[in-house]
Ligand binder design. Structure first.
Ligand code: FES
Length: 64
């Protein structure tokens, strides 16, 4: 989370409610969200977008 106010969108989770895509924010709507309504196809690419940099950082700091 970046600002934890619902303003930056960094923690946005796309969910499906009654067939409509709705953006939830983990900081203000969570931290728990019903995993059954999360649109994983939209969420996972966003969630994993910095995976390469995270892995490089783990190696650099001895956490591999
Ligand atoms: S942390 Fe910025 S919107 Fe949730």
């Amino acid at each position: 989370m970046v600002d934890a106010t619902g303003m930056c969108g960094a923690c946005m989770v796309p969910v499906n409610i009654d067939g409509k895509m709705v953006r939830k924010h983990a900081c203000i709507d969570g931290p728990e969200l019903d995993a059954h309504i999360i649109d994983w196809d939209k969420f996972l690419p966003r969630f994993l977008q910095f995976r390469k940099q995270e892995d490089e950082s783990k190696v650099r700091h001895g956490f591999n």
